[in-house]
Design a protein around this ligand. Structure first.
Ligand code: ADP
Length: 226
């Protein structure tokens, strides 16, 4: 069994004393598509930030692709994050002055590949998300759904093992959101492990595994009968 991500007795207490995660243990295997659900403030984003090595736990152990995150020097941790994890956020987080192609190509800066190769790979990733005809468009020239597709292309351009998506449909109407979810499903069907945070119960019900958080604790972790 190839474990992509493991949280072992992980807690997170913010400096102001808020305990956002309280003794959470979870394991995600290669090829899974997992929904993380729960009300606002239940700790979903905190869990995703920890899984993505963007933040460190107060206690407990986090393993990403077999590496104990706390044991990695900063440089190796950055390399793991850049090379192994793709992020998709509710707010897209695209650079406003850059076209779609360069927004996606920037996702490969860490690889040291030259500009032409980065752009070639970016064009491929944009093709995969159906945006072959929008390469030069800047974010303000794209619809919300298209912006999120650019963000997905940026997340997958480096061929990550794990994609972490934090409310990727939160800023989209439901039809557009369904399209984005289908894209994440296709990505998963092609072999990428995907963890998606959502407060949309309908959306979560359609996914094969659902982890439910409440007050920083996992209250359910179940495969959904399909
Ligand atoms: P969710 O994503 O489920 O809405 P969060 O992980 O964002 O939940 O937040 C969980 C709890 O931690 C909340 O009470 C929130 O106010 C608190 N919190 C989140 N981020 C911070 C932070 N950077 N500093 C202090 N408290 C935080």
């Amino acid at each position: 069994m190839n474990e992509v991500l493991a949280l072992d007795a992980v807690s997170k207490r913010y400096p102001d004393g808020v305990v956002a995660l309280d003794d959470v243990s979870v394991s995600v295997t290669a090829g899974e598509l997992v929904a993380v659900v729960g009300p606002s403030g239940s700790g979903k984003s905190t869990m995703l930030n920890l899984a993505g090595t963007l933040d460190r736990p107060s206690s407990g152990r986090i393993m990403v692709d077999g590496h104990d995150v706390a044991a990695l020097p900063d440089r190796q941790l950055s390399a793991l994050r850049a090379g192994y994890i793709g992020f998709v956020f509710q707010q897209f987080h695209l650079a406003p002055g850059c076209g779609a192609l360069d927004n996606v190509a920037d996702g490969l800066l860490y690889t040291g590949a030259g500009l032409r190769e980065r752009r070639d790979r970016a064009a491929d990733a944009l093709r995969r998300v159906g945006l072959a005809r929008r390469l030069r468009h800047r974010p303000h020239e794209l619809s919300g759904g298209e912006r999120q597709r650019v963000a997905i292309a940026r997340a997958i351009v480096g061929d990550p093992g794990l994609v972490l998506a934090d409310e990727p449909t939160g800023n989209l109407d439901s039809a557009t959101g369904d399209g984005i979810m289908n894209m994440l499903r296709d990505l998963n069907a092609a072999g990428t492990t995907v963890l998606v945070i959502t407060h949309d119960q309908d959306l979560a019900r359609g996914l094969p595994r659902r982890i439910v958080l409440r007050d920083g604790r996992i209250v359910a972790d179940a495969a959904v009968a399909s």
